[in-house]
Design a protein. Structure first.
Length: 129
């Protein structure tokens, strides 16, 4: 697999994570636990609207990734959002997370994957052209 093919594959995979989590888990509410997490973090009883907005934002993030526009800003934005979201969840709602506090490990791996895709593979592909 060439570096360009790897970058493309990682880009699609990263976008898919955002779209699945946003659209399927939150917008379509196929994973109600996400709404419970939002409810507890924001300390509100009915978190449906907020969960829906978060899901739409996550779906838009996936589409932004696929657009290829401002990819470095996009990668930095993703990294900041994932780190902040997981820090909040780690402290406030570890009991509602699929793998408890180990979710932070998966978030860390995802952050490294985003960084590698944009700042390592992205640089090498630009330098090869």
């Amino acid at each position: 697999m060439t570096k360009a093919e790897m970058k493309k594959c990682l880009t699609y995979s990263i976008a898919l994570v955002w779209i699945v989590n946003g659209l399927l888990c939150k917008v379509l509410n196929l994973v109600p636990r996400h709404q419970e997490i939002v409810s507890k973090i924001l300390d509100i009883n009915d978190a449906r609207f907020c969960t829906l907005m978060i899901g739409l934002a996550e779906t838009m993030m996936g589409l932004w990734i696929l657009s290829g526009v401002l990819t470095r800003l996009n990668a930095i934005t993703q990294i900041v959002i994932i780190a902040a979201m997981n820090a909040l969840e780690f402290v406030i709602v570890p009991d509602l997370l699929l793998w408890g506090r180990f979710n932070a490990l998966f978030a860390g791996v995802f952050i490294v994957m985003i960084f590698y895709n944009e700042f390592i593979l992205g640089n090498k592909i630009v330098n090869e052209v």
